[in-house]
Unconditional design. Structure first.
Length: 252
């Protein structure tokens, strides 16, 4: 079973410390949500996990099944089974969505274990139908001219095709209308299994109306300051973050 373990993680960006000691464990079978006000370090956490060069880990550790993630190159992290949905997915000109997916799957499976073209096409058709995607999307250049909603849906397609051990989804819900939101949630719920752990980073509670997380964490000022169950997300939706600040004596 997959376990992503983050211990006392400190991360700096351009010399400024943003994460100040994050502890978190995400196991296969679990869905965690991290919520929190803007600018508190949520995206910094996902960038650090995926190895973005701008984010310098100054202290602490990240391991996947006991292996040191911080020593891995970005592509090695993906091969080890980590998946990151970017807050701003990039466009790649000249590479179709299907080509990109097949290359990504084969990179993950490794030499000698590549997926056959037939099997790939069957799986792609099945997942695209499940996500109610227009079949044309497979042959369009990656993210080029995709609407915001199409990009997010496409990321869930990538998730379902790649079958990572642990996924980190940063604001996968931002800018989605209710129908797209439901489909994104449907995809994530379909992935739920003991082989799959998920960290959903979101500013809003609404996605969590469709995906019931096992754990909800609140991040403030670069730390996880409170953890609970789904009821914590509901209280945040109803009351905002001020009560936590008061409870913990945090100043803005
Ligand atoms: P959140 O995702 O919770 O809104 P971020 O992790 O994006 O927060 O940002 C946390 C803090 O780190 C902010 O003050 C932000 O300005 C700073 N920061 C994050 N990424 C960068 C970057 N690439 N360059 C400069 N500052 C950054
Ligand atoms: Mg932000
Ligand atoms: Mg963010």
């Amino acid at each position: 079973m997959a376990v992503l373990t983050i211990k006392d993680l400190h991360v700096s960006v351009e010399g400024k410390e943003i994460l100040k000691g994050v502890n978190l464990e995400v196991k296969g079978g679990e869905i965690h949500a991290i919520m929190g006000p803007n600018g508190t370090g949520k995206s910094t956490l996902s960038s650090a996990i995926m190895g973005h060069p701008k984010y310098e880990v100054t202290q602490g550790s990240i391991t996947l099944d006991g292996q040191n993630v911080l020593e891995m190159e970005v592509d090695e992290r993906a091969r080890a089974g980590l998946f990151l949905a970017m807050q701003y997915p990039s466009e790649i000109s000249g590479v179709t969505n299907a080509d990109f997916l097949r290359a990504a799957i084969n990179a993950r499976l490794g030499e000698g274990n590549e997926i056959s073209l037939m099997k790939f096409i069957r799986k792609l058709d099945e997942k695209m139908a499940f996500l109610e995607m227009n079949p044309d999307m497979a042959h369009r250049y990656l993210n080029e001219g995709f609407s915001g909603g199409e990009k997010k849906r496409n990321e869930i397609l990538q998730l379902m095709m790649l079958e990572p051990k642990i996924a980190i989804l940063d604001e996968i819900d931002s800018g989605l209308d209710i129908d797209a939101l439901k489909i994104v949630a449907k995809g994530i719920n379909e992935m739920r299994s003991s082989e799959f752990g998920c960290l959903i980073i979101t500013h809003y509670q609404r996605l969590l109306n469709y995906i019931t997380p096992d754990y909800v964490h609140v991040m403030m000022q670069g730390r996880i300051v409170k953890s609970g169950g789904p009821e914590l997300a509901q209280r945040l939706e109803a009351e905002g973050y001020d009560w936590i600040k008061k409870e913990l004596g945090i100043e803005d």
